[in-house]
Write a protein that binds this ligand. Sequence first.
Ligand SMILES: *Cc1c(COP(=O)(O)O)cnc(C)c1O
Length: 469
Amino acid sequence: MKEYLKNDSEHINHILDLIKAQGVEYLTTLSERPTSVNNNPVSDKIELPESGFGAEETLRIFNQRFEPIMVGSSGPRYLGFVTGGTTPASIAGDWLATIYDQNTQSTTGQGDISANIEIETINILLDLLGLPKSFLGGFVTGATMSNFTCMAVARQWLGKEQGRDIAKDGISQTIKVLTGTPHSSSIKSLSLLGIGSSNIIKVKTAGEDREAISIQDLEEQITKLNGEPFLLISSGGTVNTVDFDDFKEISRLKEKYKFWWHIDAAFGGFAACSDQYKHLVSGWENADSITVDCHKWLNVPYESAVFLVKEQYKILQVETFQNSNAPYLGDPLENFGYLNFLPENSRRLKALPAWFSLMAYGRKGYQEIIDRNISLAKQFGQMLAETNDFKLLAPVRLNTVCFTLKDEAQQDKVHGFLETLNGTGKVFMTPTFYHQQKGIRAAFVNWQTTEKDIELIFEVMKRIAAEFV
Ligand SMILES: *Cc1c(COP(=O)(O)O)cnc(C)c1O
């Protein structure tokens, strides 16, 4: 084993050349790579090798065992979930994050101070999103962890409002959470935080065909709480129909009532990049905390998301996440360390791919990606609506098309249709359920998707629909 390690280290140039060639091969043929695998070729089990194989032979084993199950999920026709691609610059940044392998914690002092890169990345991301610098942000693995982080600070805030220190003493009273159409990960976060997912008070939506909250019902629910502080989880883009809560109206309520306002803007926040759609997030700067995913519409590799919490809550944030053997005296920003501001202790330099991509393509580059994705979604929605086979379940508000088979009598065929469609490996979409109907969702957040792709997808869909009807 020692031999191999020494040998590999002497031949690092050769190893990286092999990886580079393989990476280039993947990226340049990505559009043809199947978006799903229909059978798993990995059946035999292997055991830990006694003396190892060295990196080159291990690559060969990987290529034999696992490379065939790598789907084109970063490619242009992977429209399932909300799956972003990877820009060239973000791949460069990601590779370098691995090479440099910093343990990103602090901005000053001796040893690693790579958190300066993270702080700078947050600042230019705030610029991109048109948000003020009054937010303190950091990178976590995904929007789920971001929602968790934000809600953890919210929990501490609520306790303090009631004269309790929940981080120290735990939860002893029910915490009220108001929300309309939250993402499942917010519910999960409430469970993790001991707030309890069944303590949610559901606010009515703004109408039959809406997922955004009704401001009137929100205010009525607030009034019923008689001044008791609560958490509001609002949506900056619901996953099914990309509906946005009215942030201007919520800002107005925030002046009247006492609550922590969190916005889950995992992908919808990028509407801020579009001149035509930025009104959707107007007023979001007044929120106490915001979740934004980077591995979705920013098109950087997994795992990347940011939490944005107003800096004025830095003490509450430290009370929540302080590592117990790192006592803070005075201003936590003076001796800043990320490990006291978020769930993880050791952490990768997650900001670097985002920093590279933001620097490489700038405001205009992202504006172009966002606008093009939105226009493709609208176009695709229009194409489906004009057929006899499909119907939209909701208007295409931004970048997601939520649809089903047109004929109501075919509801039981929706699943089979989707399975056949995904089985072609040409496109990937996800099942959903909306307005009591089985549906299908296609989300456009990949920088590589073009009009040719939606035409190809449309052709495949029509062919399958013809077989199904
Ligand atoms: C994707 C998504 C999440 C969860 O994000 P992960 O990055 O998968 O953890 C949360 N909220 C919304 C609105 C999302 O779209």
